[in-house]
Design a protein around this ligand. Structure first.
Ligand SMILES: [Zn+2]
Length: 694
């Protein structure tokens, strides 16, 4: 198993964050304010001490001492090494004030969850007296004190012996784009069994998160504890010198099989086949056997999934079932799966018939046939490292021709370029082929995935385009979407939301230069038309006849409600816990049951735009989600779960059993809420009247 980042507060009952007095592993003091689930929080010491040991999975707090934060290095013991280079799982230690005693402040500690570079890390932390018991934070080295105030001095990283230096899966942003033989073998094998590319991609994203697709992968935390590497463990199991494979609880293999019955079955299967326990094909066969015999529901989901996310969530919640199945994990795994989908879907021949009418996806990079002038610029980074899922229109600030643009981008001294340009007469020029990353938007990350288009514009604000240019831009965007397997162009109008959005298969997203640099580009004229551009392009892509997915739906269809779904859980308790967390953060949250899963949704909006605003708020608060019109299949006809008398009591005492509201309210509000919850308002009112007359 790869290192799993902690991106949410430790769950209730997690012993690493509970004092020994309360049955936990920790000998730290209780936090302040004391968290109801994890009583050593809120406190940086209680948290970091617990997390450091949790990473190793020791079952008790083996390393570090719960002393003042600034004394962590002093009291770390001799087993642990320290240094100034960030490493995964390490404990960061700051001194506060001039002395190493608490009289002038007790310092701070945090845990490295992700190493972005030698000068940037992503941490998990808590803090004494904080109303928030847990948070993640990006910290940069800066002048050397890693983002703490000037009263603090950074002392160093205490390295976690449970984490090897090997780069773990969760810190790898995306699966490799080059593609290993194993990756292709796995895709082809699974496609043969499942016959649905969404299903295969969703499953592979999970396998990647578990094992980086390495069949001999031994869970990192156990490498230290058992004294084995991936290879030596595999060899010892194969030659019989290690006999505890079935019972050691160490995750192993593609799916990181952990539970004793499954590991024993895997071993027996390998032995029957005469294969190594780390053999890829044997593990794939075993995995499919498990799916077809013991996880039939998951296999059915994979065969019928219409999105990578749906397939991925089925595997996550019903097959892999890791401790953390939260929204962040769901979206991460689906994102991994999406990469495989983009890379392999439509490119392999399946032995099973595919869905008919399925659009072919990106077959590799091509260029637009609308181009009438080409002058390739030397100013680019070579082949892009991210598939195309964005378009970024720019304004040239000058009514120039495609030839002039070609001359501007020709010298290497210019250090700028774009994929396409549209001249003042509406002709299209190409300066950097689509397969390559242009230097256009002041953002490497954006240019890696965007087609950049410079459009001839006025030289002064609002930098208006000629009609012929704007119309050509629409045409070019349609062409780019079509050739890259997209059927929808989206404009969210919000930087944070857009940059955090993972486009679904078939979606292309608009971005603008002004988000990445202090510029007005694409100019206020074009900026005001981004929504129009998205709508028109999507209309053309769908033939202009059907629903375009446009965001400014003029009619308000009251029967369709848009909700933001933030999580899906197999267990109701998990859904309840997650919903409670969202509620505590101020979101109107409720749970619906769809297809055997408990889905946590926020809001119900007649207008999609409002649902999108809510999603932006959720994203800003650190949650992920997507908009759905799906609701419980039984909402409307569902019989009331409580009697009118019971509901009347709730009204009488000012409580409410429906998680959408804190009270049933009064007057028209009450009537509407009762109706929405499936109760008869007059029946309930009659019961309320009885209570008041008592
Ligand atoms: Zn620009």
């Amino acid at each position: 198993m790869a290192f799993k980042m902690r991106t949410s507060k430790p769950e209730a009952g997690n012993k690493y964050y509970i004092t020994k007095a309360n049955g936990g592993y920790s000998d730290a003091i209780k936090g302040s304010p004391t968290d109801k689930d994890c009583d050593v929080l809120s406190n940086c010491v209680g948290y970091a001490y617990g997390r450091f040991n949790e990473i190793g999975g020791y079952g008790y707090c083996k390393y570090l001492r719960p002393v003042n934060a600034e004394n962590f290095i002093q009291y770390k013991g001799t087993a642990l090494k320290t240094g100034q280079t960030p490493k995964l799982g390490a404990c960061m230690v700051w001194q506060k004030g001039a002395t190493l005693n608490g009289s002038d402040g007790a310092g701070h500690v945090a845990i490295v969850e992700k190493v972005v570079s030698d000068t940037e890390v992503y941490t998990s932390e808590s803090g004494w007296g904080s109303s928030t018991p847990f948070w993640n934070k990006t910290r940069t080295k800066g002048n050397g004190n890693w983002g703490q105030g000037t009263a603090y001095k950074f002392l160093g990283f205490i390295y976690n012996p449970a984490v090897s230096d090997e780069k773990p899966a969760d810190t790898t942003p995306t699966p490799s784009t080059s593609g290993s033989t194993d990756e292709k073998t796995i895709w082809n094998y699974l496609l043969g069994k499942i016959g649905n590319e969404y299903g295969v991609a969703g499953l592979m994203g999970n396998l990647y998160a578990e094992s980086c697709l390495r069949p001999n992968n031994l869970q990192n935390a156990y490498e230290t504890r058992l004294g084995y590497t991936d290879a030596s463990y595999t060899a010892a199991v194969d030659n019989g010198s290690y006999t505890k494979f079935g019972t050691d609880s160490a995750g192993y293999g593609l799916a990181q099989w952990t539970y004793h019955t499954r590991k024993k079955a895997l071993l027996a299967f390998a032995q029957r086949k005469g294969k190594s326990i780390g053999d890829l094909n044997m593990q794939l066969e075993f995995l499919c056997k498990e799916l077809s015999e013991s996880y039939k529901g998951v296999l059915a989901d994979l065969k019928s999934a219409k999105t990578v996310l749906a397939a991925s969530n089925s595997v996550l919640t019903k097959y892999e079932r890791p401790a953390n199945q939260g929204a962040a994990v769901q979206s991460k795994r689906a994102e991994f799966g999406q990469k495989y989908y983009e890379k392999y879907a439509g490119k392999t021949v399946s032995s099973t018939p595919q869905e008919t009418g399925k659009e072919t996806t990106n077959m590799g990079y091509t260029n637009s046939s609308l181009v009438s002038y080409t002058k390739l610029s030397p100013n680019h980074s070579g082949q892009r490292t991210h598939s195309i899922d964005r378009i970024t229109p720019h304004c040239v600030v000058g009514q120039c021709s495609v030839e002039t643009l070609g001359n501007i981008f020709a010298p290497t001294s210019k250090q700028a370029s774009c994929n396409y340009g549209i001249g003042v007469d509406g002709r299209v020029g190409m300066y950097v082929e689509e397969k390559n990353r242009s230097w256009c938007s002041s953002s490497a990350a954006n240019d890696q995935r965007a087609i950049t288009i410079e459009c001839a514009s006025d030289a002064t604000a609002p930098y208006a385009f000629k009609d012929v240019v704007y119309n050509k831009l629409i045409e070019l965007c349609v062409d780019i979407c079509k050739r890259n397997g997209k059927n929808k162009l989206l404009w969210f109008g919000d930087k944070t939301k857009t940059l955090n959005y993972t486009p679904k298969s078939g979606e292309m997203v608009l971005t603008v230069h002004r988000w990445f640099a202090n510029k007005s580009c694409p100019g206020d004229w074009m900026y005001a038309r981004m929504g129009d551009l998205a709508t028109k392009v999507t209309q053309k892509l769908s033939g202009g006849t059907t629903d375009t997915g446009k965001t400014d739906t003029p009619t308000s269809d009251t029967t369709t409600l848009y909700r933001v779904q933030t999580g899906a859980f197999a267990k109701k308790a998990n859904a309840d816990a997650f919903a409670a967390k969202l509620k505590a953060a101020g979101f109107a949250t409720y749970i619906v049951q769809i297809g055997g899963l408990y889905k946590v949704q926020v809001g119900a909006f007649a207008k999609k735009a409002n649902a999108e605003n809510m999603m932006a708020k959720l994203k800003a608060a650190g949650y992920s989600g997507f908009i759905t019109t799906q609701t419980s299949t039984t909402t409307k006809s569902e019989p009331a779960k409580k009697t009118a008398a019971e509901i009347a009591k709730e009204i009488f005492y000012g409580t409410c059993s429906d998680s959408r509201w804190s009270t049933w309210g009064n007057g028209a509000t009450r009537t509407s809420r009762l109706k929405q919850a499936g109760y008869n308002p007059s029946e309930v009112q009659a019961e309320v009247n009885k209570l008041f007359s008592k």
